[in-house]
Ligand binder design. Sequence first.
Ligand code: 5GP
Length: 127
Amino acid sequence: MSYDYDDQNIFAKILRGEIPNDTVLETEHSLAFRDIQPHAPVHVLVIPKGAYVSFDHFAAEADPVEIVDFTRALGRICQTENVCPVDGHEGYRLLSNAGPAANQEVPHMHMHLVGGHSLGAILPRGG
Ligand code: 5GP
């Protein structure tokens, strides 16, 4: 399987510092920033700094050090955004769109972290 990465995508530009972002956390291999059009009170995008188009690409080809860094960064943000379902907080949802079926808008692997209010059903039902 071969993946084509377009280095002109918006998140690649954010990583190069060409477009500003509201950074939540930066680590050696990951960057997290607030979504420009939030769907919930908490809506953070977490991305690896490496050139991966989708979660499956990242999972298949990223170095384990990158994967651990990404996972730990995501977990830390759940804590700092106060959405871990402990101590009376309500919890959160993680979601990663990949490809046209999921309407992936930006072809750089990202995880949406949403929370801060009740999130409803996982997906709208229907055709
Ligand atoms: P996707 O549909 O690819 O999973 O979601 C891409 C997300 O990136 C969308 O929620 C969109 O609002 C967000 N987004 C698109 N362009 C920018 C940008 O320039 N800055 C930030 N912070 N978010 C963006």
